[in-house]
Ligand binder design. Structure first.
Ligand code: NIG
Ligand code: FE
Length: 414
């Protein structure tokens, strides 16, 4: 492994400057665009970014890589995924095509609970095997760090099984994984008529066991009318905080129920979805440290005709991130580039804002404090190269994978 490399001949370099803090408002437009630039990498970290001439002179001994006119950016950070699961849900896809809504399928016992029944039947090693292939596809699309949630186990044993699968995958794959406990993703079939008892189980048994295991950083809840109520969500998040897990929240996905406000109140790392966020919710996120994580791929795939108010969020001063929500029910894509396309075409975000949202702000939403999501000196050298001469072509030429190469901590991983 070469310890010192100099990446040259990029048409553009995006450094996404600003350290580990969330970018808000106008700062979201600053991609730190560099033409005729180079990146020096030493021992897995970005050592310097500057003019090609300057860095060639400064580091004559470094191994040189010619990028051939591609765009170089920080590795993408996918801050919301459900990447561990068993089978795809093609039967539901057909039902939805025929007009049955996602939440109606869930009420009939399908949806998340279809994946729960399926996951419980899979062994840990089968799930690891399935996970490998999926994480490699994420990496091939430019993602170098991803959050992964539990939430298809919904009992103490299978939730811990999922978290161990995430840990195992993190050990073996290039991509960095950030684990989230999502025991409050749905109510499992055996608790269908005893919802409060399931919340008791999450609060009294699962959260302490997960915290004790050290297998999760965050705790998430699917707060939505028909799923977790604000009161139930509050109970889960209070227990999470007590046990040292950091809250994040599925909030206001289809109907507004005060999710964004609750996330801000709990100083959650992120409030995610926000398709139906209220004015009060926008104001709450704008004046909080909670990152508004938008998942437009989900709404596209579910056939919805509305999108979260990204423009109003950014203009109000909220920090916006973009993620895939990769899961077998509502968003089976691993491609964060196509999510950026949706952000530009449907959410009114600029290509620059979309890149910041898919890199630095994704990292901020995962509370990563090491400079990931940027190409600033000292940051891990997680770098993606795209086979286009202008970064705006990545969302513009939508639907394809433009990622030509990935370096993870300075090592060529794809
Ligand atoms: O973020 N909204 C809740 N959870 C997931 C869907 C998971 C599933 O349908 O399996 C989401 O869209
Ligand atoms: Fe989700």
């Amino acid at each position: 492994m070469p310890e010192h490399t100099l990446i040259l001949e990029a048409s553009q370099i995006l450094t996404c400057p600003g350290g580990s803090a969330p970018r808000r408002g106008k700062a979201m437009s600053d991609v730190g665009l560099l033409e005729d630039g180079a990146v020096a990498i030493r021992n897995g970290k970005v050592e310097a970014v500057g003019s090609q001439e300057g860095l060639r002179d400064r580091f004559p001994e470094a191994e040189r890589i010619d990028l051939g006119g591609h765009v170089l950016t920080p590795g993408l950070v996918d801050s919301h995924t459900h990447a561990v699961f068993g089978r795809y849900r093609l039967d539901e896809y057909e039902l939805r095509s025929a007009g049955v809504p996602y939440m109606e399928i869930a009420r009939r016992g399908g949806g998340i609970n279809a994946s729960v029944r399926d996951l419980r039947e899979h062994s840990e090693s089968e799930l690891v095997e399935l996970g490998h292939a999926r994480l490699r596809r994420m990496l091939e699309h430019g993602t170098t760090t991803a959050e992964v949630k539990s939430g298809y186990g919904l009992n103490p044993e299978d939730e811990l099984k999922m978290l161990r699968v995430i840990q195992e995958l993190a050990k073996e794959e290039w991509i960095d994984l950030v684990p989230t406990f999502l025991g409050a993703h749905a109510f499992p079939p055996e608790y269908r008529e005893r919802r409060e008892e399931y919340v008791d189980l999450v609060v009294r048994e699962m959260i302490p066991a997960v915290a004790e295991s050290g297998l999760a950083v965050f705790c998430d809840v699917f707060m939505e009318p028909g799923v977790y109520t604000p009161e139930q969500t509050r109970r889960v998040l209070e227990a999470a905080v007590q046990h040292g897990l950091v809250p994040r929240l599925h909030a206001d996905e289809f109907e507004s129920s005060g999710g964004a406000e609750l996330a801000a109140e709990f100083e959650a790392a992120s409030a995610d979805h926000l398709g139906a966020i209220s004015e009060a919710g926008i104001a709450a996120l704008a004046s909080s440290g909670t990152v508004a994580t938008l998942l437009p791929g989900t709404l596209l795939f579910l056939g919805k005709t509305y999108y979260p108010p990204a423009r109003r969020l950014i203009d109000a001063g909220a920090a916006v991130a973009l993620a895939t929500d990769f899961n077998p029910g509502s968003s089976p894509t691993v491609n964060l580039q196509v999510v950026m396309s949706l952000a530009c075409s449907q959410l009114g975000m600029s290509p620059a804002e979309a890149f910041v949202a898919a890199t630095a702000n994704g990292a901020a939403g995962l509370r990563l404090a090491d400079g990931r999501g940027t190409l600033e000196p000292g940051a891990p050298a997680d770098v993606a190269a795209f086979d286009v001469p202008d970064y705006r072509l990545v969302p513009y030429l939508y639907g394809s994978n433009h990622c030509a190469a990935v370096w993870k901590r300075g090592v060529r991983a794809h």
